[in-house]
Write a protein that binds this ligand. Sequence first.
Ligand SMILES: [Fe+2]
Length: 245
Amino acid sequence: MKYLIFSDIHSNLDSLENLLSLKKANEVDKYLFLGDLVGYGANPNETIELFRTIKKLHYVRGNHDKVIAGLESSSLFNPVAAFSAEWSKIQISDDNQLFLKNAKRGPEIVDHFITICHGSTFDEDYYVFSMFEAVESFKFMETQVGFFGHTHFPIIYLLRNDKIDIVPLSNNTRIKLDPNTRYLINPGSVGQPRDKDPNPSFVVFDSTRKEINFMRYSYNVKKTQKKIREVGLPEILASRLESGI
Ligand SMILES: [Fe+2]
């Protein structure tokens, strides 16, 4: 069975369209999304509508989805995130807002052996940025393999014999899973990469071959930036896309 794991689309319609048109993306059996479908970008409605057409999809909500669904206030967000969340809330249709409202809080266990969550396995809002935080997340994970998003930073944390390690991810990294090791994997972001590479990323997990493949692709960054500027969202949301920060 092949799974495509992707995260943090953030209303970036152009990037999501390109992802779904890739040959690799059409060869998988299931899609697993790790949250933050909306927020930051200029196309919240169109992005939700395209997302809703994906078949064989499992997903959890992200912190932006929760706020834009009206389930939580944007007061804890930084000013740019809060502005875009309030703007997105006004843009989205009632039906799309209901769709966000009904998105499940993670973690979710898919097919009895894969954990998916937004921030960490114990708190959807918690950022796993370091080995210390990854250890905490492993404690609450019931499966050998888990995927998380939220940081927009692609990385693999490994736990073996109580020792933690990391594997940096660059394009086409392929790793074979060891049966005695546990894995927490971040596929990076579809809509707003933050590892200094503007190309979005995702992971394909082949559970038969026990293999993880990390991949990047390109999309029309300029077109996406133009739309963000045209609707009057903060400039940083456009400029950061070309530097991947
Ligand atoms: Fe995010």
